[in-house]
Design a protein around this ligand. Structure first.
Ligand SMILES: [Zn+2]
Length: 274
């Protein structure tokens, strides 16, 4: 699901150029760039109230295939090509909201993944491509039986993948969500971040409360971003530790030597983030 407020980057387009763009491909993802086309993850877009442009379908197919490939690598297990990634895309906001309500989903106004239907539902707003990649991430997590993973890593990874885009030569890049990271810099400098406390409240309602949801998503994204930026291989190990029943706290402590060390490094990284 997406957070409510729009601390969002501009919608990605295919022809994204310019100096503000930070291009990076973490070591984890580097080998994928050259081979991901070999994966044939099928993307099915059911468009309601409009006809989706052919180039949108092609671009989204590439992004979702790439995403599937990264997830296959993270979990050492392939999603079968035959499993389609189904996206229901609505031109009309009211139609989207009607479907949302009929599936008993609340809060989101942009998109969600539904665990029972195993499909994604997205409103065709200006950033619908990012939302699709975000929701598809939840689908892959579910497929790999990680849908019940702690919110911070589930949403953090979704937010991370949301930054996937294609350049004008069709290459996949990640565009960091700077707005979220700058917010985290502010939290850190205002001493508003206590990561142990944050992780203790994973299951709490804060993820759907209007006044807390941004904080939750921003910190989740910042944690995943920091880990991928500095030790991308840790994501896989942390997911494995979580799968073995460890808490988030212990899973992070295991990789970083101690949780305090992780938290200190995290804060140091964001204190002067620009
Ligand atoms: Zn989400």
């Amino acid at each position: 699901m997406k957070s409510l407020d729009k601390l969002r980057q501009q919608p990605n387009t295919y022809k994204r150029a310019g100096k503000t763009l930070i291009k990076f491909l973490p070591a984890l993802f580097l080998p994928l760039l050259f081979t991901f086309n070999a994966i044939g993850q099928k993307l099915v877009i059911n468009s309601y109230g409009f006809k989706i442009a052919a180039e949108d379908t092609v671009a989204l197919g590439k992004l979702v295939r790439y995403e599937a490939f990264v997830y296959n690598g993270l979990f050492d297990r392939n999603i079968p090509d035959s499993l389609p990634v189904v996206i229901n895309l609505y031109k009309s906001k009211s139609q989207f909201l009607k479907v949302r309500d009929s599936l008993n989903v609340s809060v989101t106004t942009t998109g969600f993944y539904h665990a029972r239907t195993r499909q994604c539902y997205v409103y065709k707003g200006s950033d619908f491509q990012n939302v699709i990649v975000h929701e598809a991430s939840h689908l892959f997590m579910h497929y790999h039986k990680y849908y019940a993973a702690p919110k911070w890593i589930n949403e953090g990874l979704s937010e991370f993948f949301e930054g996937l885009y294609l350049d004008d030569r069709g290459r996949v890049y990640i565009d960091p969500q700077k707005g979220r990271l700058l917010q985290v810099r502010n939290y850190v400098n205002n001493n508003e971040v206590d990561l142990a406390d944050y992780l203790n409240f994973q299951k709490d309602a804060g993820w759907t409360l209007k006044n807390e949801v941004d904080f939750k998503y921003n910190v989740a994204y910042a944690m995943v971003y920091y880990i991928i930026k500095t030790n991308p291989q840790f994501i896989k190990l942390i997911l494995a530790a979580l799968d073995q029943g460890n808490t988030s706290y212990d899973s992070l402590a295991k990789q970083y030597g101690s949780f305090e060390y992780f938290e200190n490094r995290f804060k140091l990284y964001y204190r002067n983030f620009r």
